[in-house]
Design a protein around this ligand. Structure first.
Ligand code: ADP
Ligand code: ZN
Length: 297
């Protein structure tokens, strides 16, 4: 049985895991994200003696995914300064001497769900994480979509609700983007306490659903996904998912009819892989990197 390394590279923690060809996660550790000098050596040490034949990385971004680019495999313009322009793929390749697959964190999660989880029966899906930031992974025709760089669906611009009590936005770039209005830190900025402590205030979740509903309506119109997954810390709020479905129905106003969307319970769903979707997606990226290397021989 082949073993694969999986890295979920995040701004706060690096989850290093080993998985098999069925996407089963056999072991995992979590390392706080410091500078590359602090964080790379323990990650390399973890992967080195695991008998893995390839590594997959789902990475915070922005990242360069263009295999023809001189900076392919680099983390590019991230606000996490020590990682700016860091060649993470090349460093792991050099240290481990195995093929390395690479994509964004959200594309990896979308791929994990599309391979082993709740979107495995469809070819076109999106995965939205609502956490410290908002990210959107896009699967088109069974493959993570990149386009020019990769979608940055957390930063689409929305209408501010006329009664939104928050001044400004949680995003330094945009006054009214989804992340700036609806990520965990924006909830805290607006209401003064952490999201998890806001469960008994319905106004909080009505506003949150209003913004997520707008964003999802836009994604449906542009990408025509066959299913939508919502994950991330903020979605742990149990009342939120049904409210988002209601808001999507209201904002779509019956305009689109299609297979799947007639039942929003099964069209807009929660994550299905016990928060392993990112690591499992990274395993799939590793499997693809190995297959690509073998095909090139
Ligand atoms: P990250 O995006 O960093 O990977 P998470 O997806 O866990 O991390 O999201 C963290 C965010 O989710 C924080 O802003 C936190 O306040 C928020 N959060 C966690 N639990 C809840 C909850 N039950 N309700 C609302 N927000 C929550
Ligand atoms: Zn923004």
């Amino acid at each position: 049985m082949k073993r694969f390394g999986a890295l979920e590279a995040g701004g706060t923690k690096m989850v290093c895991a080993v998985g098999d060809e069925q996407g089963r996660i056999l072991e995992r550790i979590s390392i706080p994200t410091g500078t590359p000098a602090d964080t790379m050596p323990p990650m390399i040490a973890f992967f080195r003696d695991k008998g893995i034949c390839a590594l997959g990385i789902g990475c915070f971004g922005p990242v360069d995914l263009d295999k023809n680019s001189p900076t392919y495999g680099h983390i590019t313009s991230t606000p996490k300064l020590p990682w700016q322009n860091y060649p993470i793929v090349q460093e792991f390749r050099k240290a481990l001497g195995i093929p390395v697959g690479f994509d964004t964190d959200v594309n990896a999660s979308a791929l994990g769900e599309a391979t082993w989880g709740c979107t495995r029966d469809v070819k076109n899906s999106i995965y939205i994480t609502v956490g410290t930031g908002v990210g959107v992974g896009v699967i088109i025709d069974g493959k993570p979509y990149h386009g020019m760089i990769h979608p940055e669906g957390g930063h689409i611009l929305l209408h501010r609700h006329p009664q939104d009590p928050m001044e400004g936005s949680g995003c330094p770039f945009h006054e009214t983007c989804l992340e700036g209005l609806a990520a965990g830190p924006s909830l805290e900025k607006r209401w003064g306490v952490k999201g998890a402590e806001l469960s008994d205030n319905p106004a909080v979740w009505e506003l949150e659903a209003y913004y997520l509903g707008q964003a999802i309506t836009n994604y449906i119109m542009v990408l025509s996904p066959e299913r939508i997954i919502l994950g991330g810390g903020v979605m742990h709020q149990p009342c939120l998912l049904p409210m988002v479905r209601r808001e999507v129905a209201r904002q779509m106003a019956g305009y689109i009819r299609g297979k799947g969307i007639e039942d929003l319970q099964t069209y807009i769903v929660g994550v299905s892989l016990n928060d392993n979707q990112g690591a499992m997606g990274a395993v799939k990226l590793a499997m693809e990197a190995l297959a690509e290397q073998e095909a090139a021989k």
